[in-house]
Design a protein around this ligand. Structure first.
Ligand SMILES: Nc1ncnc2c1ncn2[C@@H]1O[C@H](COP(=O)(O)OP(=O)(O)OP(=O)(O)O)[C@@H](O)[C@H]1O
Length: 572
């Protein structure tokens, strides 16, 4: 429009009714022949106004509808707003209702499942904390239906005689299979090994040469050995490469290209392999710290720290397992774990309920030996495991019992020397001969092995040991554990007596004590009480004493004449 003529038409409106014929003529003309700018000018003005009004109304309706129905914008917008909105509304309502029904049904199902899980956990004494904890396993078959477990693994479990999962297996396996990190505390002999090995085998699926894929750290060589053997049993028939990090392996010049599916090791060996032989742990997807409270003790903490750092894969799943898990260890561990699930079976830090516990006052060191001989004379029900507090005392007791016509053996390690000179140890052979250093430096590993194997095989009836085998060792049928020397902590007590009463069997534990041990009796009595054993109630009335590494100097065990002169001076 020309600016100059525009004022002439300002305020002029056609009376559309009066000039409807003309108007329609123009309209037709306009539409067919594109009427002159002059005539169409007013029309345009009017139609623009109308169009704008119409648009405004449409927009208002659109906004109102959006607000009222809160339906997705695509269903309102479009060419024929009113048409589509009229027909869309009922469909949307229906959809919404269906969706709501579906959601509430799912919610209901979810809550029912939570209730079932809670009841099931209560029945099996499983306590959990954490977010979105997966349901416990009702049976091993669920490993297949819920997680696609291979038939081979299920067959292996069946062949090992594992009919039902134990409580720790019921809960820890689904937690780890869901990719969650886990703190687990379950009684001794309750099947923790399978609880961490099974998810690893299932997650790794097939053998691969893609670096080191899973690492299991155990505090002692015996336990690492046993765990390797167990892993191999569970993985029977598969191509998984399961390796124990042996001394020979660490001696290899370069481990930077070393690969295996599961690597089992003690902390010191693994740290050396990483530091000195460039072993690469950056691809480890699963890290298990077994007997984790032991691994977090001061002597091993630095090694564990460097191992955890070397396992630098950001999506790593870490888990901690033990029968004893003090709060401060949990807090420490929490600093390295993400959104971990905590699984406790029964009451945390309690002895196995399948072990009948007894406390016997022996008066003195002489009284202890007398009590032991007397009990063996009355009934020796092998296999029996005897714990003493030092390797010297193991040697002395061994010398005493080997003349009693008892098939006895001894096993112990001097851990402080082991740390200084790669596992210096002393083993006493079945012959009763105390080995010279040159003997055990050559064959120490084999002999320590033999002591364990002979005991397992029933060739040895009585095994005298230090705390080196107190943790994790699975001697299935140990009938009785004797604490010849009082344990040095509650955890040591729980682990020592836990060598008996495993996998649902019953067992017995006898703890001898002298005056020196009385201040710590209350702690043992408490353990006896909380694990359901008979306990001396008077001991609970004793003064509370913090139990820190109780290893008093004790008189020698030896009764041989040549030792008698020295006896008063010799305290172990
Ligand atoms: N589901 C199962 N059914 C039957 N036996 C089982 C089952 N799971 C494990 N066992 C057996 O129970 C015994 C103890 O298992 P395991 O050594 O794993 O216990 P643990 O909880 O690690 O004990 P510890 O705290 O002393 O290390 C083993 O002999 C093992 O073969």
């Amino acid at each position: 429009m020309e600016k100059g003529a525009a004022f002439l038409f300002a305020g002029i409106h056609f009376d559309k009714k009066k000039f409807s014929t003309d108007f329609s003529r123009f309209q037709e003309k306009k539409e067919s022949d594109k009427v002159s700018e002059y005539l169409s000018l007013d029309e345009n003005i009017e139609s623009e106004e109308e169009e704008e009004e119409e648009k405004e109304v449409e927009e208002r309706v659109r906004v109102k509808k959006r607000k009222r129905k809160a339906v997705p914008s695509e269903t309102v917008e479009g060419f024929s707003v009113f048409k589509s909105s009229k027909s869309a509304a009922p469909v949307l309502n229906e959809d919404n209702e269906k969706l709501e029904d579906k959601l509430s049904l799912e919610k209901k199902k979810f809550h029912q499942q939570l209730e079932r899980d809670a009841l099931f956990r209560k029945k099996h004494n499983i306590h959990v904390s954490g977010n979105n904890i997966p349901s416990p396993l009702t049976d091993f078959a669920e490993l297949s239906s819920r997680y696609g477990c291979s038939a081979k693994l299920l067959r292996n479990l069946a062949e090992l005689g594992f009919k039902e999962p134990t409580p720790i297996q019921r809960q820890a396996i689904p937690v780890l299979l869901s990719g969650r990190e886990c703190f687990a505390c379950a009684p001794t002999g309750s099947g923790k090994t399978l609880a961490f090995v099974c998810p690893i085998l299932m997650k790794l699926k097939d053998a691969s040469k893609d670096g080191i894929r899973a690492v299991i750290v155990c505090p002692t060589r015996e336990l690492a050995n046993q765990t390797t053997r167990e892993c191999k049993k569970f993985a029977e028939g598969s191509k998984f490469r399961i390796k124990l990090l042996s001394k020979q392996l660490v001696q290899r010049a370069d481990l930077s290209q070393f690969s295996c599916d599961i690597l089992v090791s003690t902390p010191l060996r693994l740290k050396l392999a990483v530091r000195k032989k460039k072993m690469d742990l950056s691809r480890v997807a699963y890290l298990v710290l077994d007997e984790s409270d032991k691994l977090f003790e001061l002597g091993l903490l630095k090694q564990i720290d460097s191992i955890v750092k070397a396992c630098s894969n950001p999506s790593i799943v870490r888990s901690l397992f033990s029968a004893t898990l003090p709060d401060f260890i949990e807090e420490l561990a929490r600093t390295i774990m993400h959104d971990a699930v905590r699984v406790i079976i029964g009451r945390k830090n309690t002895a196995s309920e399948t072990v009948k516990q007894k406390l016997v006052f022996a008066g003195s060191e002489e009284g202890k030996l007398l009590a032991l001989r007397q009990s063996f004379a009355e009934s020796l029900n092998p296999p029996v495991l005897i714990f003493v507090q030092s390797k010297e005392r193991a040697k002395e007791l061994y010398a005493e019992l080997s003349v009693d016509n008892i098939r006895v053996d001894a096993i112990h390690a001097d851990l402080s020397q082991a740390q200084a000179s790669s596992f210096f140890l002393v083993v006493l052979g079945g012959s009763g001969k105390v080995l010279e250093k040159s003997d055990y430096m050559v064959g120490s590993q084999t002999m320590r092995h033999n002591a364990v194997d002979n005991f397992r095989a029933g060739k040895t009836w009585v095994l005298i040991a230090t705390d080196v085998i107190a943790r994790g060792m699975d001697f299935k049928a140990v009938n009785c554990v004797i604490n010849y020397d009082f344990p040095d902590s509650t955890a040591a007590y729980i682990h020592r007596i836990g060598r008996s009463g495993r996998a649902g069997r019953t067992g017995e534990a006898i703890t001898l004590y002298t005056e020196e041990d009385v201040p710590f009796l209350r702690n043992i009595a408490n353990e006896m009480k909380s694990s359901g054993s008979e306990f001396p109630s008077w001991a609970l009335g004793l003064r509370k004493k913090k139990w820190k590494k109780h290893r008093p100097q004790r008189d020698t065990i030896s009764t041989t004449p040549q030792d008698k002169g020295e006896k008063s001076n010799r305290r172990r």
